[in-house]
Design a protein around this ligand. Structure first.
Ligand code: AMP
Length: 401
């Protein structure tokens, strides 16, 4: 739905790709390529890989099918399983699913803003409320080499305080120093140079404009100056969505700009930007938020006729966007009320004989502890009911329950 609103089309990508695609794009010295890919040989000796991520596949398809010749800007989304041979734990699986989106053909800051707005709209559409968007700039071909040199100088000065992997990264791929998960290296990182202090004028202006466009829409991502992301193809804007409740694996999604990647994979020199969200982590976050949430209304029907009327009422309220539960009609009001309280209901809708005869229902406000007899008609919608309940009224509970 959100993808359609942003005018993105779906692309279905294969699960298996040639191994060298990821070596060339994700990067030889990244964890993914060094340690995590499931590789196997085809009958003709070609080395294939279960894809560890979607962007490289998507760009491969873009180049192979010359999508740039069809339209100057391609806006595509995908969904499917990814495979990484990581150590499994909560939120980290060897097979997981991603939802991703890519915009290829635009290098202007408004494209970055659009991708980030799409990401946040998507998350809010899924019902995620507490996530934080973090952002950084990684520079480009002009300014990144200078930053790498500054990082190498800093890394050398740390000497043996860096872990063995980082000592190797120092010569092979210094940006990966910032990605190290070893506690000692993580602590040292605060003293490392920051890309934001080494950007060229063009990158600085690009980044400032992205932030400005986002701020105009009320989105203020937190600057995370040491975020580099685990893949080598990123430049300029990089971002992650961090959610609480995920434990150590706290990234719900991430992405960034990859302006050299299409050309690197044999296509024209066009820019790109995109993101991927981890579906299993999304489900963990939503399960946490759901558990914390309680029904707005619980309907308590008294008897068979009331139960029948309750079905229509509940259905209408739910279609109006409310979170609603309904009790079985054969039980006493007392036991229904007890269960509604256990569910944490904000309001209990009481449908007894009196109410049915008048075509109305009564509401008990569980927070304010007041009864609102015959407060609305049986045909009320969720917005109508909320409006009535928001108005002053009600008395002390009288009905015995
Ligand atoms: P990445 O591009 O590696 O940052 O991955 C994007 C998102 O995919 C992450 O933020 C996670 O939500 C999800 N993800 C990555 N690796 C895994 C994994 N091994 N298990 C579950 N989800 C993952």
């Amino acid at each position: 739905m959100v993808f359609t609103q942003y005018n993105f089309d779906e692309i279905r990508l294969p699960i298996v790709e040639r191994n060298d695609l990821f070596q060339r794009s994700v990067g030889e010295t990244t964890d993914i390529v060094e340690k995590e890919m499931y590789r196997f040989e085809d009958r003709d000796g070609t080395v294939l890989t279960l894809r560890p991520e979607g962007t490289a596949s998507l760009v491969r398809a873009y180049v192979e099918h010359a999508l740039h010749a069809r339209e100057p800007v391609s806006k595509l989304y995908y969904f499917g399983p990814m495979f990484r041979r990581e150590r499994p734990q909560k939120g980290r699986l060897r097979q997981f699913s991603q939802i991703g989106a890519e915009m290829i053909g635009r290098d202007d800051p408004a494209a970055d803003a659009e991708i980030l707005l799409l990401l946040t709209d998507l998350l809010s559409d899924f019902g995620v409320t507490g996530a934080e968007l973090q952002i950084n700039t990684l520079g480009d071909r002009t300014c990144q080499p200078g930053y790498r040199a500054a990082l190498v100088e800093w890394g050398r000065a740390q000497g043996s305080a860096l872990c063995d992997d980082c000592a190797r990264r120092l010569t092979q791929n210094p940006l990966r120093l910032l990605d190290c998960k070893q506690p000692g290296c993580v602590a040292l990182r605060e003293t490392a140079p920051r890309m934001i202090d080494h950007t060229c004028d063009a990158c600085r202006e690009h980044f400032a404009r992205v932030l400005d466009l986002l701020a105009a829409e009320g989105l203020e991502p937190r600057l995370q100056p040491y975020m580099v992301r685990g893949l080598d193809y990123y430049c300029r804007t990089a971002f992650e969505v961090i959610a609480s409740g995920l434990g150590a694996q706290n990234a719900l999604g991430g992405g960034g700009r990859y302006d050299g990647l299409v050309r690197e994979l044999g296509g024209p020199d066009v820019a790109g930007i995109g993101f991927a969200l981890g579906v299993e982590r999304l489900l963990i976050v939503l399960a946490g938020e759901e558990a914390a949430a309680a029904p707005e209304f619980v309907v308590a029907p008294l008897g068979a006729a009331a139960e029948r009327a309750a079905i229509a009422l509940v259905h209408r309220l739910r279609r109006g966007g409310a979170r609603v539960d309904v009790e079985p009609g054969g039980r006493s009001l007392k036991s229904q009320m007890r269960h509604a309280a256990k569910l944490g209901a904000r309001y209990v809708i009481i449908l007894g004989e009196d109410e049915l005869a008048g075509g109305t229902f009564s509401v008990r406000d569980m927070e304010a502890k007041v009864d609102r007899p015959h407060v609305a008609s049986l045909s009320a919608t969720a917005p109508e009911l909320r409006a009535v309940l928001a108005a002053e009224g009600g008395g002390r509970m009288e009905r015995s329950a």
